[in-house]
Design a binder for this molecule. Structure first.
Ligand SMILES: *[C@@H]1O[C@H](CO)[C@@H](O)[C@H](O)[C@H]1NC(C)=O
Ligand SMILES: *[C@@H]1O[C@H](CO)[C@@H](O)[C@H](O)[C@H]1NC(C)=O
Ligand SMILES: *[C@@H]1O[C@H](CO)[C@@H](O)[C@H](O)[C@H]1NC(C)=O
Ligand SMILES: *[C@@H]1O[C@H](CO)[C@@H](O)[C@H](O)[C@H]1NC(C)=O
Length: 544
C-alpha cells in the first residue's frame, strides 16, 4: 500500500474507533451477583441490608427526581448535573439502543427520589472539612428514596445507588430492594497529584476527579509546583510560569484552575492547593529575581541557588502578595504550605544568611531559621483568614503552629509515633505515609494499603479524634498522562474504603470480590483502572 493509503486507513480506523466507543453496547455487563453478601458496592457503607427482592429498571421510564419536601429543586444545578451524570452511568450504553421497552414482567422501580432535608442544601457552596456527607437510601417498590441533609450526602448516595444497579446478560437492569445508612469515618479523604515533575493535562485531572467521586474521595491535594516546573499561571506574577514552566503549553491558566475547582465542587470534592516552600522551589527562581538563596563556595557565589531566601524583607512582601492571590483563586479554607525536605547546605554557604544566624545568638540554628520562615508564612495564611496544612518536618522543627494548623505525616519509618506526637500537642493530623502510591511493586499491593489502620497509634480518644483522615499520594517523577490513571486506580480505592468505611471492614476476601467488580465498573465508566489480578471484566468487548 502507498504510505498515504495506509495513513488514510489509519485515520479512518481511529475515527471509527472514536465513534464506536460511545455508542457500542457491551455484550454483557458486570456479573449480576457479587460473591460478596454486600453486593458490588465500594466503599462499603456503614450499614447495608440487601434483600433478595429484585426490582427492574426501565431506562426509558426510570427517573432521578427531586422528592416531595426536598429543600432543593431544579434550580439546584449541582444536583441537576449529578442526576444527568448518574443516569448516564446507569444506562449509558443502553440508551443508544433503539428497541422498544416492553412492559416489564417484574416489579418495577420507577424512580429515585432525592430529598434534601436541611433548609440550606448547600447547592452553591464549596464543600469543606465539616461538610455533611451522610445519606440514607431506601430502595423498594415503587420508588427508591435517598435522604440527605445536604447535597454532599446526596452525591455520595447517588454513587452508592448507581453501584447497586446491574445489567443482566439480556440487557435488563435490576436492583435489589435494600436499606442503607451511610456516612464517612474520616472527613479528609484525599488524593495527591503532582503537576510539577510532569505536567498533567486538564483532562487527566478531570478524569481523576471522576474516579475520586466513584471512590468517595473528597479532597484533591494539588501539589501544583515544585523544583522542576511552575505550571501555575499567577495573575499577580505571570513571570513565574512564563519562565518557570516547562513551556507555554505546560501551564494552568486561571480559567483552567477555575474549571478544575468547579468540576471538583460538582462532585463534592475540595481542591487543596499546595505551594511548597522554602525547599522544592528551584522553578520559582526563574521568574522572580532574588527569591532564592544564592549558594556560595567560600567567598564566591557558585551560580546555583538554594531554598527561598529567608532573610530578605522582599521575600515576605512577595509571598504575602502571592499567597493573597492563592487564597482568592482557591476557595478552600486550607492552604498547604509544604515545608518538607529543606536542604540547609546552601543557607550555610551564604555569608549573609550565616551572619543572620550568627546574630541571633549561639542557640540559633538553621532549623530555627526554617521555622522563622515558616512562622511568617503561617502568619500570611492566617491574615487571609485561612488555615494552614504543613508537612511533618514543620512540626518536628518546632514551628509555632496554631491549634487549627494541620500536620501531614508522610515519613514512612515511624508514622504511628509521629501521629502520637502531633496529636499529643493537640494538633490535627492527616496520614499519608503508608499510602505513597508512586512506589510500585509486583503483585496485589492494594492489600498493603487496605490493611493500614490509621488510628493504630497509642493515644487517648481525644488524640484519635484529631486524625482528620488521610491521603493517597502519587508523586510525579515517573507519572504523566500516560500512566496517572492506571497507577492510581484501583490501588487508591483501597485507601478510599479504609477512610470511608467502618474500622471493622477488614475482610480481604470480601474486599477483593467487591474491588474486582468496582474496577470493572470504573473501566466501564471510562477510567483506565489497571487489573488487580488475572481475570476479565464481563463487559469487555473484542473490538472496543
Ligand atoms: C439480589 O437478589 C437476587 C435475587 O433474589 C439474589 O439471588 C441475590 O443474592 C441478591 N443480592 C444480594 C447482594 O443480596
Ligand atoms: C438516617 O437514618 C438514621 C437512622 O434512622 C437517622 O438517625 C438519620 O437522621 C437519618 N439521616 C438522614 C440524612 O435522613
Ligand atoms: C526589614 O523589616 C524590618 C521590620 O519591618 C526592619 O526593621 C528592617 O530594617 C528591614 N530591613 C531592610 C533591609 O529593609
Ligand atoms: C461492624 O460493626 C458494626 C457495629 O458493631 C456491625 O453492625 C457491622 O455489621 C460490622 N461490620 C462488619 C463488616 O463486620
Amino acid at each position: 500500500m502507498e504510505l498515504s493509503a495506509v495513513l488514510m486507513r489509519l485515520l479512518w480506523l481511529s475515527a471509527a474507533l472514536a465513534a464506536s466507543s460511545s455508542s457500542r453496547r457491551p455484550r454483557s455487563a458486570e456479573a449480576p451477583q457479587s460473591s460478596s453478601p454486600f453486593g458490588p458496592v465500594w466503599p462499603l457503607p456503614r450499614s447495608i441490608r440487601i434483600s433478595p427482592d429484585r426490582l427492574q429498571l426501565a431506562p426509558r421510564r426510570f427517573q432521578i427526581v427531586h422528592g416531595a419536601g426536598s429543600s432543593a429543586g431544579p434550580q439546584c444545578s449541582l444536583l441537576q448535573d449529578a442526576f444527568r451524570r448518574y443516569y448516564e452511568y446507569l444506562f449509558g450504553y443502553s440508551k443508544h439502543q433503539k428497541h422498544e421497552e416492553k412492559s416489564l414482567a417484574n416489579t418495577e422501580l420507577a424512580a429515585l427520589q432525592i430529598i434534601i432535608t436541611s433548609e440550606e442544601p448547600d447547592c452553591d457552596k464549596y464543600p469543606d472539612i465539616s461538610s455533611d456527607e451522610e445519606y440514607n437510601l431506601s430502595i423498594g417498590e415503587p420508588v427508591a428514596v435517598l435522604k440527605a441533609e445536604k447535597v454532599w450526602g446526596a452525591l455520595r448516595g447517588l454513587e452508592t445507588f448507581s453501584q447497586l444497579v446491574f445489567e443482566d446478560d439480556y440487557g435488563t437492569f435490576f436492583i435489589n430492594a435494600s436499606d442503607i445508612t451511610d456516612f464517612p469515618r474520616f472527613a479528609h479523604r484525599g488524593i495527591l497529584i503532582d503537576t510539577a515533575r510532569h505536567f498533567l493535562p486538564l483532562k487527566s485531572i478531570l478524569t481523576t476527579l471522576d474516579a475520586m467521586a466513584f471512590n468517595k474521595f473528597n479532597v484533591l491535594h494539588w501539589h501544583i509546583v515544585d523544583d522542576q516546573s511552575f505550571p501555575y499561571q499567577s495573575i499577580t506574577f505571570p513571570e513565574l510560569s512564563a519562565q518557570g514552566s516547562y513551556s507555554y503549553n505546560h501551564i494552568y491558566t486561571p480559567t483552567d484552575v477555575r474549571l478544575v475547582i468547579e468540576y471538583a465542587r460538582l462532585r463534592g470534592i475540595r481542591v487543596l492547593p499546595e505551594f511548597d516552600t522554602p525547599g522544592h522551589t528551584q522553578s520559582w527562581g526563574k521568574g522572580q529575581k532574588d527569591i532564592l538563596t544564592p549558594c556560595y563556595n567560600g567567598e564566591h557565589p557558585t551560580g546555583s541557588y538554594g531554598p527561598i531566601n529567608p532573610i530578605l524583607n522582599a521575600t515576605y512582601e512577595f509571598m504575602a502578595k502571592f499567597f493573597k492571590e492563592v487564597g482568592t483563586v482557591f476557595p478552600d479554607e486550607y492552604i498547604h504550605l509544604g515545608g518538607d525536605e529543606v536542604d540547609f547546605s546552601c543557607w550555610k554557604s551564604n555569608p549573609a544568611v550565616k551572619e543572620f544566624v550568627r546574630k541571633q545568638g549561639v542557640w540559633y540554628s538553621y532549623t530555627k531559621l526554617e521555622s522563622y520562615y515558616i512562622d511568617k508564612m503561617l502568619d500570611v495564611v492566617s491574615s487571609l483568614n485561612k488555615k494552614s496544612i504543613v508537612w511533618q518536618e514543620v512540626f518536628d522543627n518546632g514551628a509555632e503552629l496554631s491549634s487549627d494548623s494541620v500536620v501531614e505525616v508522610w515519613m514512612g519509618n515511624s508514622y504511628e509515633e509521629e501521629l502520637r506526637k502531633v496529636t499529643k500537642e493537640g494538633l490535627p493530623a492527616i496520614l499519608a505515609a503508608p499510602w505513597y502510591l508512586d512506589y510500585i511493586s509486583y503483585g496485589q499491593d492494594w492489600m498493603k494499603y487496605y490493611k493500614v489502620e490509621p488510628l493504630s497509634f497509642s493515644g487517648c480518644e481525644t488524640q484519635k479524634k484529631l486524625v482528620l483522615g488521610g491521603e493517597a499520594c502519587l508523586w510525579g517523577e515517573y507519572v504523566d498522562a500516560t500512566n496517572l490513571i492506571p497507577r492510581l486506580w484501583p490501588r487508591a480505592s483501597a485507601v478510599g474504603e479504609r477512610l470511608w468505611s467502618s474500622k471493622n471492614v477488614t475482610d480481604l476476601e470480601d474486599a477483593y470480590s467487591r474491588l474486582s467488580e468496582h474496577r470493572c465498573r470504573m473501566l466501564r465508566r471510562g477510567i483506565a483502572a489497571q487489573p488487580l489480578n488475572v481475570g476479565f471484566c464481563r463487559h469487555e468487548v473484542r473490538n472496543p
